[in-house]
Design a protein around this ligand. Structure first.
Ligand code: GLV
Length: 321
């Protein structure tokens, strides 16, 4: 008999068709939000779960799924899953690393360029019929060349951002709980800084850390106060790493120049103050959204799921948050 699998939301069509041929598949909803009570009731008799970062797979959910063997997250971040509890129940948890590194780094560069040069505001300006002719001071912004990019969280994605940013002649400094060896730093052309030194030195700060109890509100009002008045803050990692209300206040009072956000504290809600500001670019969590990457994420999460259901070690087992 085929194992029973709950898929919380649709995958890309070809991946979903493939999965439907391998398992006894139930799609929970076509909507981007799945109410918890529905998730719990649909998961009750399932052997496997394929879910997304928008699904909260906590103790309450896991404890009511007695047959569950594997939770395959179609995302690299796993802050939406209570991994310790899953492990205590012998349930495997997997993610989709590597395949989204390049796409997320590319979106980071897009946000850096777009915030520096006010691309979204300039586009709105044209659409509103405000472009009356070339002007010497229209939409000025900082040039990247020669500036310093401070990267917080220097794992796969942080390093991929550094590599691409060097092509724009940006100097790279980074902060990470586990600094690299000095040989590796030399090889990559980067320098470590403690967080309190990185923030006042960087012209652009880009966040690529994972969300853990330690990184929650890592960038709060006090840390925002350390940034240069012309600083740009980019967050494509997880919203709760930044105190969103404090960021909105800093942007409103022009204590920093601009921000580019792809993630929010309470997704899909966005702090209302941010919506009214011109000096922030807001994206709907699309860091990994390239044709190529999303396809790879779908098939990698399926590969993990099927391996776990067969009782094998999945390629991307996650042991802790
Ligand atoms: C995206 O945010 C992911 O974790 O894959």
């Amino acid at each position: 008999m085929k194992p029973k699998v709950l898929l919380t939301h649709p995958l890309l069509k070809e991946a979903m068709e493939f999965l439907a041929g391998q398992v006894n598949l139930e799609l929970a909803t076509e909507e981007p939000f799945l109410p918890k009570a529905e998730l719990i009731s649909k998961l009750k008799d399932k052997d496997g779960l394929l879910c997304f970062l928008s699904d909260q797979i906590d103790k309450e959910v896991i404890s009511q799924a007695p047959n569950l063997k594997i939770i395959a997250n179609c995302a690299v971040g796993v802050n939406n899953i209570d991994i310790n509890y899953a492990r205590s129940r012998g349930i495997l948890v997997t993610n989709t690393p590597d395949v989204l590194t390049g796409a997320t780094a590319e979106l980071t560069l897009a946000l850096i360029l777009a915030t520096a040069r006010q691309i979204a505001a300039a586009d709105r300006f044209c659409r509103q019929g405000k472009f009356k002719g070339w002007q010497i001071d229209l939409f000025l912004g900082p040039e990247l060349s020669g500036k310093t990019l401070g990267i917080i969280g220097f794992g796969r994605i942080g390093q991929a951002v550094a590599k691409r940013a060097q092509a724009f002649n940006l100097k790279i400094i980074y902060y990470d709980l586990n600094p690299l060896s000095s040989e590796k730093e030399k090889e990559l052309g980067v320098e470590f800084r403690p967080l309190d030194l990185l923030l006042p030195e960087a012209d652009i700060v880009s966040i690529h850390a994972s969300l853990t109890p330690e990184s929650y509100h890592l960038i709060d009002r006090e840390k925002l106060g350390l940034l240069k008045p012309n600083a740009i803050l980019i967050n494509v990692a997880r919203g709760p790493i930044v105190d969103e209300k404090a960021l909105a206040a800093a942007l409103k009072k022009r204590k920093i120049l601009a921000a580019g956000l792809d993630v929010y504290e309470n997704e899909p809600e966005i702090e209302p103050e941010l919506l009214s500001l011109e000096n922030v670019i807001l994206l709907p969590h699309i860091g990994s959204a390239t044709f190529e990457t999303r396809k790879k994420m779908c098939f990698l999460s399926i590969q993990n799921l099927l391996a776990g259901l067969r009782g094998e070690k999945p390629p991307n087992l996650v042991e802790r948050n």
